[in-house]
Design a protein around this ligand. Structure first.
Ligand SMILES: O=C1O[C@H](COP(=O)(O)O)[C@@H](O)[C@H](O)[C@H]1O
Length: 223
C-alpha cells in the first residue's frame, strides 16, 4: 500500500482528480477507451466536480459505480443520482454510464444483466474507492451476508449484499474485480478513517473488507 497525505481536503480533492484524469488520458491514448469505477457516499463529490470539467474524450470512457444501494434515483440515498448530479455533467456528460441499478424489488432479479453490462469494461482502468470508518469499501461490509462469497477468488462480477450497517440491500463489485483494476485509489478523510485504515492493516479481509484491496492501492488522505 502507498499512503499519500495532503495538506488539506481541497488539495486532496484537486490533486486526486488530476491523478485520475491523467491516468484516464493515458488509457485513452494507449487503448482508445477507458473505464472508471467510482464510489458513492458523502466523500467523493468534490472530485466529481473537478473531473466533470476535464478535457478528455469522455465519449470513450465507461463510468460505473463500485456499489449501489437498491433504491431508485428519486432517493437521496441513490449513488447513481450522485453520479448524475456531480460527475456526468459538463464535459463528462458524454461518458457512458453503465448502470448498477434497474427497477426490481431486489438486486437478485437483475444481477445477471447488470453484470453483463459491466463485463466488456473490465478490467477497470481506474478505480476510486471510498471507505467507511467500519472498514467497509464498496458494499463489502464486515458481517455482511455474502461477504465470504464476494471475497473469494472466483467470485462473480457482482453480488447482492445485505448488512445491518448498510441500510437497504446493496449490489457490489466483488473483491477480484476490484483487485483486478489497473490503478486503485482509496479516498479517505479525517482522523477516524485514518485510524481505521491503520487497524485494517492488522486484520483479515473478513474482519476489515478494505484489506482485500490495500496491497496494490494508493490511499489518499487529508485531515
Ligand atoms: O455506503 C457507502 O459508503 C462508502 C463510504 O462512504 P462515505 O460517506 O463515508 O464517503 C462508499 O465508498 C460506498 O460507495 C457507499 O455506497
Amino acid at each position: 500500500m502507498k499512503f499519500e497525505p495532503y495538506p488539506d481536503r481541497e488539495f486532496l480533492m484537486l490533486g486526486l482528480a488530476n491523478v485520475i484524469a491523467g491516468q484516464l488520458a493515458d488509457f485513452l491514448r494507449r487503448e482508445g477507451r477507458a473505464s472508471l469505477s467510482v464510489p458513492g457516499g458523502t466523500t467523493p463529490g468534490p472530485i466529481f466536480d473537478t473531473l466533470s470539467g476535464v478535457d478528455i474524450d469522455w465519449s470513450k470512457v465507461a463510468v460505473f459505480l463500485n456499489d449501489e444501494r437498491w433504491v431508485g434515483e428519486d432517493s437521496p440515498r441513490s449513488n447513481t443520482r450522485l453520479l448524475r448530479e456531480r460527475l456526468l455533467r459538463g464535459k463528462a456528460a458524454a461518458a457512458q454510464l453503465i448502470p448498477l441499478y434497474a427497477e426490481a424489488a431486489n438486486p437478485e432479479e437483475r444481477l445477471e444483466d447488470l453484470a453483463e453490462g459491466l463485463r466488456p469494461h473490465l478490467p477497470i482502468s481506474v478505480l476510486l474507492l471510498g471507505m467507511g470508518a467500519d472498514m467497509h469499501t464498496a458494499s463489502l461490509f464486515p458481517g455482511a451476508d455474502r461477504l465470504t462469497d464476494a471475497l473469494a477468488a472466483d467470485a462473480p462480477i457482482l453480488l447482492p449484499m445485505r448488512a445491518e450497517a448498510a441500510g437497504e440491500p446493496r449490489i457490489t463489485l466483488t473483491a477480484p474485480v476490484l483487485k483486478g483494476a489497473m490503478n486503485i485509489h482509496i479516498l479517505i478523510t479525517g482522523q477516524e478513517k485514518r485510524d481505521a485504515l491503520e487497524r485494517a492493516l492488522t486484520l483479515s479481509p473478513e474482519e476489515a473488507p478494505v484489506r482485500a484491496v490495500l496491497d496494490n492501492a494508493t490511499v489518499h488522505w487529508a485531515e
